[in-house]
Design a protein around this ligand. Structure first.
Ligand SMILES: C[C@](O)(CO)[C@H](O)COP(=O)(O)OP(=O)(O)OC[C@H]1O[C@@H](n2ccc(N)nc2=O)[C@H](O)[C@@H]1O
Ligand SMILES: Nc1ncnc2c1ncn2[C@@H]1O[C@H](COP(=O)(O)OP(=O)(O)OP(=O)(O)O)[C@@H](O)[C@H]1O
Length: 275
């Protein structure tokens, strides 16, 4: 049996800088991964099968719609494996749940079957390439251009989702201005919490307005995170993250928010954890 973690993807920044003729949007995004995530386990079997377990399994498709099965077929259209996906992340939440599961499946089955990882897996989803090697990176293009970044600190964080699914296509479709400025071509040194958060002050998530127009609760989530040094939406929402100077502050904030909003999904974690 081989297991691979499928960590939550967090867009610390998400600048939408243009739109391609085919409708896909050009991005400039600083991406990190959380200690928290789903888990994918694979073992040898004659036929391909998927079971979805875990606290967040409800509503996740367990048939061909699941990106895990699509990733398996993408790697080898005929080979079998028994796959168990343990869901801990909310779906359609802007934290790459399905994409990170797909990438973890590619890694696990590549090891099980002894086949190389695909060079190009963009057709599985714009977020899948960045999840293949889940480390800090600057992402460009529509998601395929990943430049690994070293030296970023670990970031104590709280993730909050108000229990809402926000479909990514709807959010991009509602984005009015498509040509926002990118991040600076050369990023400053981002080696500690102070430097990184000062840089984040100068950046944005351009999908916040169109996502909030569809899910006004996002504004309430950002208010609940107002004691964080940085509070921002990830991806196309509705999950927001708060960055805190230490793990105790993150834990206290998660407890406070969880008590005030028992129906929300609230988790304290570390972004960009040390390997
Ligand atoms: C918002 C992000 O999460 C940022 O990391 C990603 O860009 C979205 O990645 P994803 O969920 O894997 O997206 P996909 O499943 O490939 O695309 C869903 C839909 O979102 C829109 N889409 C997605 C990515 C992109 N760069 N431009 C787009 O316009 C398209 O309408 C597309 O049909
Ligand atoms: N393994 C999976 N886990 C969760 N959802 C999945 C999975 N496979 C397919 N889906 C479908 O994909 C939809 C989007 O879920 P996903 O968690 O990938 O979105 P997301 O977190 O917004 O992704 P992104 O950040 O890449 O935009 C779900 O509504 C669900 O129907």
């Amino acid at each position: 049996m081989i297991e691979e973690r499928a960590p939550a993807k967090i867009n610390l920044t998400l600048h939408v800088t243009g739109q391609r003729p085919d409708g896909y949007h050009l991005l400039d995004s600083l991406v990190v991964f959380a200690a928290l995530g789903d888990m994918v386990r694979v073992e040898e079997a004659e036929t391909l099968s998927l079971a979805v377990t875990g606290l967040m399994a409800a509503g996740v498709p367990d048939g061909e719609d699941n990106l895990v099965l699509q990733a398996a077929r993408f790697l080898d259209p005929v080979r079998g494996a028994r796959i168990v996906l343990e869901k801990h992340l909310p779906s359609a939440a802007g934290i790459g749940g399905g994409s990170s599961d797909a990438a973890a499946t590619l890694r696990a089955l590549s090891a099980l079957w002894g086949v190389p990882l695909p060079r190009n897996c963009l057709s599985l989803g714009a977020d899948v390439p960045m999840c293949l090697a889940p480390g800090a990176q600057r992402v460009s293009g529509i998601g395929e251009g990943a430049l690994p970044l070293s030296g970023l600190p670990s970031l104590p964080a709280v993730l909050v989702n108000p229990g809402l699914s926000v479909p990514t296509p709807d959010v991009f479709a509602a984005l009015k201005e498509k040509n926002h400025p990118p991040m600076p071509a050369r990023l400053p040194a981002l080696g500690d919490f102070g430097a990184l958060t000062r840089f984040l002050d100068t950046t944005r998530n351009d999908l916040t307005a169109p996502a909030s127009a569809q899910a006004p609760e996002i504004g309430t989530v950002l208010e609940a995170l107002e004691d964080a040094r940085i509070a921002r939406m990830s991806g196309s929402g509705a999950t927001c993250f708060g960055l805190y100077p230490d793990a105790a502050a993150a834990r206290a904030a998660a407890t406070r928010i969880g008590e005030a909003h028992p129906d929300w999904w609230v988790a304290d974690t570390t972004l960009n954890p040390a390997p």
